[in-house]
Structures are given as structure tokens and as C-alpha cells.
Design a protein around this ligand. Structure first.
Ligand SMILES: Nc1ncnc2c1ncn2[C@@H]1O[C@H](COP(=O)(O)OP(=O)(O)OP(=O)(O)O)[C@@H](O)[C@H]1O
Length: 441
């Protein structure tokens, strides 16, 4: 395998793409470098697996050794890092002031169009904060590009260490990785886009906000939080962002890479009086120069990769997953918000009025469950799924893990599922979602 050395001048970054099914090893030979805010260790070797699009930035200059074939690799002299570190410095000042007054630290939300580098910026901000001993909360409100758990979810995670270079945000849930801490809180949304069921999404954001408040009561609020959102194409028509800004009591909106969106949001949510209670500062930031516009096909592959990383390990360490048989009779699968996907013409007569975007219905197991990624909640499953649908507050159920349906055996009335935990699947409520995954070898 070929090895090439790259020299980075101070303030430049090495941008690379790794093809699916390939891996690339990167080693810091000399100098200082960081991957989305997390410093590379001297002489440590990092492995980037297929589908990774990344940037290794150096403030002081460095030499990198790269082994393996990148689909693209170049050094960029112009980056948005000066603007990003200025935001970090301002946030640190707000954290210090909050700590001195026993108040609440900055509550930041990153918004912008698709593929402008929102997740990358959120990762840089929380990792920089953690490097300075802070413990900010990372709130993931981007179900399509979910970075803490599998696609279709929202999550809250405390970031006590810089985010693991190889495992990314998923490392927060994996005990072996460097960034791991307290287990993140995860909720199943079940759709890729918030607009697919805005009422359910908003209801989940309320749960997330409640969890954030509880967390900050026990852990302190001075480090604040950083919220990642999905890419907006038309923020003016969106029904979820304003709700999230209010529910999470956001103090600063960072609008990345889009002037128009900045002015729309500033007019709608911003205020010129930053000292006023409930005011939101709406700031404009440049797009990360290297952020890559991903085609639908690449996104699909990256989503599949995220599920693969959930079941088999996101970082260097491999995680085992196990095949388990679950009789239909032991299953209690619920679905929230049926009518958001089923046109009322497809519902039984009279049903349309009863169902709402957050109503809960039982899922009768059949072949359509093949390859579904089901969320395992912590709630014990009542024997009768119909009764469970009526009794359980399914919107608020927290997710403790996921299983992937590998086979539906209608004849023997059972599912074969892949699970990261060995043994029988506990009899707990499962939540249906639209995410599908099929293991490929
Ligand atoms: N400076 C950079 N150099 C190279 N690649 C980058 C850089 N910043 C981000 N990327 C990559 O570009 C892609 C898009 O970035 P990112 O996921 O942060 O965007 P996003 O705005 O959160 O996307 P969306 O919300 O539409 O899912 C990612 O694969 C990311 O790893």
C-alpha cells in the first residue's frame, strides 16, 4: 500500500475522501494537527474507513503520513477556522461569566443549508470546549444525518472529552472509545426529515429540552449546549426550527454559509438587544470550504455505514452483534404517527379522524418488517400490543438500543434479528421507524 507525506503550512488543512470499502491510515509525523477540533496524538495512527470525508487542520503547521488510497486528497490554504475559533473564544467567555454568576452558559444552535458543514462545526465547538475542561451537551436534531445513533433518531450527549477521531459522535455511546462518557439519551423519530411529521418532531424536541433541563440541574449549566440541525432548503417555510429555538432556550443561532437564510432568521427570531431575556443572537458564519455536497447515493451509503457502525463498532475496536430469534407473540412493536405517512384514503373507514401525527398504533408483524431497524425502548412490553398502544406514552420513550430484522419467518411466526446484546431480546416495547438496513459482506 502506498504511503505519501503531506506538508501543511500553519492555518491550512488536508482534505480527503475515502471510497466505500477502502481504508486510509493517517499519522502525525511532526507538528500539531486536529480533526474537527480533536488533536491528533504524536505518532498515533488513525484509521478512516470508507465513506469518510474529512479535514485535518493545523494551526501551527505539520507533516502527515497517509497510507492507502484516497478518492481525493489535497491541501487547502483557505479555511473557515479563524471564524470558528472566534466563536469558540466568545462562547468560552460566556461560559466563564455564567460560572461566575451561577447562571446558564451559551445555548447554541447551528443551522444552514444542506452540506455546509453544520455537523463539522458543532463537533469542532464541543471538542474545543471539552479540550478546555468544559462539559457541553451535544444535541443532535438531525435525524437524517444522525451522528450519535442510527438515522431516524434525535439525541442528547454530554461531551466530556474531545470527540473520538475515528468513532466520531457515535463513540460517545461506545465504552471503548476515548470520547465515551455517560450514555447518551436517544429517542426514535422514525423519519429522515423533521417535516415528514413536524408535530411528532416538535413533541420530541420538548422531551429533549426536558432532558437537557434535568441534566443541567445536576451537572451544572455553565458549559451550555451545541445543537446540530438538519439542512434547510427553505427555512422560511419550516415548522420546526422556531419551536426548537424556543424549547431549548437558544441564545445564539449560528447560520452557516447562507446570507438569505441569515436575514430571514434574524428577522424572525433575532433581536438587537442581546441582554433581553429570551433574546437570540443570529450570527452569520462562512461555510466550511471543504464541506462536500453529497449526492443522494452517497448519503444512502453513509446512512448504511452509520447503521453498520452501530452494530459492529464505529471506532477501531470491533463490536460483536448476535442473531436472535423472537417469536411474534413476544413482540410489542408500536408506531407513532401513522397518518403522517399513510394517506387517509389508505386507512380503514373512520380511522382517519382518530389518528393524529403523534398517535400510537401497534404494528402487526409481517414481511414488510424485513430489514427494519427497530428501536428497543426501556419500557416493559404489556402482553397485548393493542392495549400497549393505548397505554404507553410512546413519544417519550427513551431508546436503549436497536435491532435489525434480518428475516421474517411468517410460517413459524418469528423474526430473526441482529442485536448488539447477546441472548434473548428483553420483552420491551419496540418502536418502528422508516430506517432500513441490509448487511452486505
Ligand atoms: N473542512 C472540510 N473539509 C473536508 N470535508 C469536510 C469539511 N467539513 C465538512 N466536511 C465533510 O463534508 C460533509 C458535509 O459536512 P457536514 O456533515 O458537517 O455538513 P452538514 O451541513 O451537517 O450536512 P447536512 O445537515 O446536510 O447533513 C461531511 O461528510 C463532512 O465530513
Amino acid at each position: 500500500m502506498s504511503t505519501k507525506e503531506w506538508e501543511l503550512a500553519a492555518g491550512s488543512e488536508f482534505r480527503f475522501e475515502v471510497d466505500f470499502k477502502k481504508t486510509v491510515q493517517v499519522r502525525l509525523v511532526s507538528g500539531q494537527a486536529e480533526y474537527f477540533g480533536t488533536e491528533l496524538g504524536p505518532e498515533a495512527e488513525y484509521q478512516f474507513s470508507g465513506g469518510e470525508y474529512g479535514a485535518i487542520f493545523s494551526w501551527q503547521g505539520c507533516r502527515l503520513s497517509v497510507t492507502g488510497e484516497c478518492a481525493s486528497a489535497y491541501v487547502a490554504e483557505e479555511t473557515a477556522m479563524d471564524a470558528y475559533i472566534n466563536v469558540h473564544v466568545a462562547l468560552q467567555q460566556q461560559r466563564a461569566a455564567a460560572r461566575a454568576s451561577n447562571g446558564s452558559g451559551p445555548r447554541v444552535m447551528v443551522v444552514g443549508p444542506e452540506d455546509c458543514g453544520k455537523t463539522a462545526l458543532a463537533r469542532i465547538l464541543v471538542s474545543y470546549a471539552a479540550r478546555q475542561g468544559e462539559r457541553p451537551l451535544f444535541v443532535d436534531l438531525d435525524p437524517r444525518g444522525a451522528s450519535v445513533a442510527v438515522p431516524g433518531t434525535v439525541a442528547v450527549a454530554a461531551v466530556g472529552h474531545p470527540v473520538d477521531i475515528e468513532a466520531g459522535f457515535m463513540g460517545l455511546a461506545q465504552p471503548s472509545s476515548e470520547g465515551a462518557g455517560e450514555t447518551p439519551l436517544v429517542w426514535q423519530f422514525g423519519y429522515e426529515q423533521p417535516d415528514a411529521n413536524a408535530a411528532l418532531f416538535n413533541a420530541l424536541v420538548d422531551r429533549v429540552a426536558g432532558a437537557v433541563e434535568r441534566r443541567q440541574k445536576t451537572d451544572g449549566a455553565a458549559s451550555g449546549l451545541v445543537v446540530d440541525t438538519r439542512g434547510f432548503s427553505d427555512v422560511a417555510r419550516d415548522q420546526t426550527i422556531e419551536h426548537a429555538v424556543r424549547a431549548l432556550r437558544i441564545t445564539a443561532l449560528l447560520v452557516v454559509g447562507n446570507e438569505r437564510m441569515h436575514s430571514v432568521l434574524a428577522a424572525r427570531l433575532g433581536t438587537t438587544d442581546a441582554s433581553k431575556e429570551g433574546s437570540v443572537a443570529v450570527l452569520k458564519l462562512p461555510r466550511a470550504g471543504g464541506a462536500v455536497d453529497r449526492s443522494a447515493a452517497v448519503r444512502q451509503q453513509q446512512e448504511a455505514r452509520a447503521v453498520q457502525r452501530y452494530f459492529y463498532g464505529a471506532g477501531r475496536e470491533r463490536v460483536a452483534s448476535f442473531s436472535t430469534v423472537v417469536p411474534f407473540d413476544d413482540l410489542c412493536i408500536l408506531r407513532v404517527g401513522v397518518d403522517a405517512v399513510a394517506p387517509s384514503s389508505t386507512l380503514p373507514l373512520g380511522e382517519a379522524r382518530k389518528l393524529s401525527a403523534t398517535s400510537v398504533s401497534p404494528v402487526v408483524p409481517d414481511e414488510s418488517l424485513a430489514h427494519a431497524v427497530l428501536a428497543v425502548t426501556g419500557a416493559p412490553a404489556p402482553d397485548d400490543a393493542e392495549a400497549a398502544a393505548a397505554q404507553v406514552d410512546a413519544v417519550g420513550l427513551q431508546v436503549v438500543g436497536f435491532v435489525n430484522v434480518t428475516k421474517v419467518d411468517m410460517e413459524r411466526r418469528r423474526l430473526i434479528v441482529l442485536s448488539p446484546a447477546p441472548g434473548r431480546l428483553p420483552k420491551q416495547v419496540l418502536l418502528y421507524g422508516n430506517t432500513r438496513w441490509m448487511e452486505t459482506v
